[in-house]
Ligand binder design. Structure first.
Ligand code: SAM
Length: 332
């Protein structure tokens, strides 16, 4: 059976070369390494074929998470800072392609790929050239990148490697960091947020730049995670059906944690409306919907009655609850 991955969105057609025949053993081996925590021990890319398999499958799902984050950034009026883009731990380079698909290549001086695997760097550069011919690419950190992308790499790093990466980030203007939506990944990303928030402005997902509310006593069981949606066609695509079946993956569930930081000041003309960020999925009850709400003043449980908020209750029933709410519309 040919793998024909559904595109990550209108702006993201399936990557070139995605009509490869799935190698389930390879995909299973990669997934096992990601899940059992052994992926960090050694370079697991055995050849360009591994990267092609990954790029057509796991990376597509990661791309849909990036689409979620980037659409939120667009909503917030965030723009890609002009200059060099670094994709740190690039793998097949899906994060870069997702960013350029949405924000375009204008202003991108060069894309620099960085990975402990030279094969991954080569693969990512090839895919970039196929998708965005004419975009310059290079290898390694370079000097003073405008934006650094980090994606699904935290579980593979030793604490000392995280320290080194954070020190390097000090030279960047912006950072977009996307990780799985697990409790552990979220808490690790929150720890990074706390270390970087003195030097960067927090753009998203936090509606404030103060200490993370999850770290407040009583909130230990919560974690900062969100759910992206795969393109609708995925559910009727025979390839993705087999992918889900062979690997035991729930196609509907795309949990992610993320952090977007920026050193640029908020434009003085922008109007900042206080928002509530909804964490995870709200709980639907007969007469109300209950959610974990993050806002400037606190993080905690919020109950919205069906009587006072019929539209929101309906949205929760249809699994379309918004991820942000204007703070003025809900009780404080
Ligand atoms: C799960 S893959 C994610 C790839 C890509 N960022 C994505 O989101 O699809 C993790 C990548 O991090 C790379 N990696 C692991 N440890 C690294 C390190 N210490 N320095 C640089 N890259 C590393 C791996 O080689 C692999 O390509």
């Amino acid at each position: 059976m040919k793998a024909v991955p559904v595109s990550r969105g209108v702006a993201n057609p399936a990557p070139a070369g995605s009509d490869l025949v799935p190698d389930w053993l390879c995909l299973e081996r990669l997934r096992r390494g990601f899940l059992d925590g052994t992926a960090g021990r050694q370079d697991y890319w055995r050849g360009m074929q591994d990267l092609a398999q990954y790029d057509a499958t796991f990376a597509q799902r990661i791309g849909w998470k990036w689409d979620f984050v980037l659409q939120d950034l667009q909503r917030l009026g965030w723009t890609l800072p002009p200059g060099v883009l670094v994709d740190w731990g690039c793998g097949s380079g899906i994060a870069t392609r997702a960013v350029l698909d949405l924000f375009g290549t204008a202003g991108v001086e060069e894309v620099r790929f960085l990975d402990r695997s030279p094969l991954a760097v080569r693969f990512a550069a090839q895919r970039l050239a196929a998708r965005f011919p004419g975009t310059r690419s290079g290898v390694g950190w370079g000097e003073g990148p405008a934006v650094v992308l980090v994606s699904h790499v935290l579980t593979e790093l030793e604490p000392s490697q995280v320290d080194e990466l954070l020190a390097q980030l000090a030279t960047a203007t912006s950072v977009i960091w996307v990780e799985p939506g697990t409790y552990e990944a979220s808490l690790a990303l929150i720890a990074i947020r706390e270390r970087l928030r003195a030097t960067f402005r927090i753009v998203s997902p936090c509606p404030h730049g103060g200490a993370c509310g999850i770290l407040s006593p009583g909130n230990e069981r919560h974690w900062c995670h969100h759910f992206a949606s795969p393109p609708a066609g995925v559910f009727t695509d025979p390839f993705w059906g087999r992918f889900a079946h062979f690997l035991g993956i729930d196609l509907r569930s795309l949990p992610l944690s993320y952090l977007v930081l920026d050193r640029r000041a908020v434009p003085p003309t922008s109007v900042v409306t206080p928002e509530i960020r909804v964490l995870g999925r709200p709980e639907l009850h007969k007469a109300d919907v209950r959610l974990i709400a993050c806002q400037a003043s606190c993080l905690g449980e919020l109950t919205l009655t069906k009587r006072a908020h019929p539209e929101l209750w309906k949205a929760a029933r249809k699994d379309r609850f918004p991820t942000v709410l204007p703070a003025a519309e809900v009780p404080g």
